[in-house]
Design a binder for this molecule. Structure first.
Ligand code: PEP
Ligand code: MN
Length: 449
């Protein structure tokens, strides 16, 4: 690595500054911001470039149809809930889903959290008004507090440093769990048995029994379960706060290339994916695997232009398109995008986010989603891929490992009144533990064909 190339890369990383950056907080104190960024710049990476490369290779397998991606976690993580219990519950849910999907797909599942950095949110309005009082909207714990007071809603750059610290600690806990026997297949089997005790899930018994038989078969063959006690678990978040992402970008000493070391995977949201915007420009310069959310207004031209900018070399694993069309639009919009992707020879993997196109307000006033709509979008995503001959690569889900009541329906039939019981999310509604597993069983049935 020559020093010249390092310098060139550093200058390159500033190119986004002259472009419009949407959805950024108005930091009230520029000195505070400079101090926070300088602390982050001097801090250790959360992930190392080699680990991001490993994920890129795994995502290349997803794009080829040789692996399936499962990404899940909160809409917005919070500092207060970054405890070992809640993190463990989320990991358990994702691993349990992964076993069910691995069996259904007969393929490895790439496991990734919306975790360890998912602390910044795009909002439809900069301000929020309640009872005649107007304050800055809550933009995630890395920006301001949820409490509706002057003090709490003031964007505080120090929160980025706190978010960095909590993200590192979260990844540390994730590694301890996934490297310490938590992922043991025999244990995951017991977890599934727990799920099936609920009579509501009777219809999944057959799949669960097949998984049991497969594990017994593996045991009989002398498979080394000790070696299967650990799994790779990656993390990703929406790369929204450019001050944070830029400050954690480092030059990889092996290749001289920049990596955003805040996570293995970064995605660009539906509201910040403008081709001439700062987010696309900045992320085009880092070497991590990237995602881009594509909503129902995406044209094939937009999509191809994004691929040209973010993945000009058509490098498998570099780019994942995350379609979030809504159940009523996926069958109409997605075919045009997939046809164009096929025609242009794009290398992108495809995942479905069946959450963000299906948000409604319940009659009781909660921001919610119907489990049936979520499922219908997943089904539509598979149908469209099958019709066109492209690869339905994975799922991107908002979920939690806890027994919250935020999404309507599922076999447990959470209804309008039921939402009030345990509605805890600060932003978007998440599938609870049971609903997440139910979805995994349903998708597994589809993967079997
Ligand atoms: C999100 O993933 O929480 C989100 C805001 O999604 P989108 O960018 O697809 O609207
Ligand atoms: Mn969300």
């Amino acid at each position: 690595m020559s020093i010249d190339s390092t310098l060139a890369n550093r200058n390159d990383l500033e190119s986004f500054r002259s472009l419009e950056a949407r959805q950024q907080p108005t930091w009230p104190d520029k000195d505070e911001l400079a101090r926070a960024c300088s602390t982050l710049r001097a801090s250790a990476p959360i992930v190392v470039p080699a680990a991001a490369d490993k994920l890129r290779e795994r995502l290349a397998a997803v794009a080829r149809g040789e692996a399936f991606l499962l990404q899940g976690g909160d809409c917005a993580e919070t500092f207060a809930e970054a405890d070992a219990n809640r993190i463990g519950n989320k990991i358990r849910t994702i691993l349990q889903m992964a076993v069910v999907l691995t069996h259904g797909a007969s393929m490895p599942v790439v496991k990734m959290g919306r975790m360890a950095g998912q602390f910044a949110k795009p909002r439809s309005s900069d301000m929020e008004t309640r009872g005649g009082i107007e304050l800055p909207a809550y933009r995630g714990d890395m920006v301001n507090g949820f409490d509706f007071t002057d003090e709490s809603r003031r964007p505080d750059p120090g929160r980025m440093v706190e978010g960095y610290r909590i993200s590192s600690a979260t990844l540390n806990v994730i590694s301890a769990f996934t490297g310490g026997g938590f992922a043991d297949l025999r244990r995951v089997h017991e977890w599934n048995a727990g799920f099936l005790k609920n009579p509501a899930y009777k219809r999944y018994e057959r799949t669960a029994k097949e998984i049991d038989r497969a594990i017994r078969f593996m045991t009989a063959c002398g498979v080394d379960f000790e070696a299967l006690r650990t799994v790779d678990f990656f993390v990703g978040h929406e790369a929204l706060l450019l001050d944070y992402e830029h400050s954690l970008t480092r030059i990889d000493s092996r290749s001289g290339r920049p990596y955003d070391t805040s996570a293995h995977f970064l995605w660009i949201g539906e509201r910040t994916r403008q081709l001439d915007g700062a987010h696309v420009e900045f992320l085009s310069k880092v070497s991590n695997p990237l995602g881009v959310k594509l909503g129902p207004t995406t044209t094939p031209q937009d999509m191809v232009a994004l691929a040209d900018k973010l993945d000009p070399a058509r490098e498998p694993g570099r780019l994942t398109f995350i379609a979030r069309m809504g159940a009523s639009k996926v069958r109409e919009v997605l075919p045009h995008l997939l046809e164009a992707a096929k025609r242009e020879g794009l290398a992108a993997a495809w995942a479905t986010d069946p959450m963000h196109g299906n948000t409604i307000t319940s009659s009781s006033g909660f921001k919610t989603r119907r489990f049936s709509d979520v499922m219908d979008e997943v089904v539509g995503f598979f149908e469209v891929h099958r019709a066109i001959g492209t690869v339905p690569g994975g799922l991107h889900m908002e979920l939690t490992g806890d027994d919250v009541t935020e999404v309507l329906g599922g076999a447990e039939e959470i209804d309008d009144a039921g939402l009030a019981e345990r509605y805890e999310t600060l932003v978007d509604p998440r599938l609870n533990h049971q609903q997440s597993l139910e979805l995994a069983f349903l998708v597994a049935e589809m993967l079997v064909g």
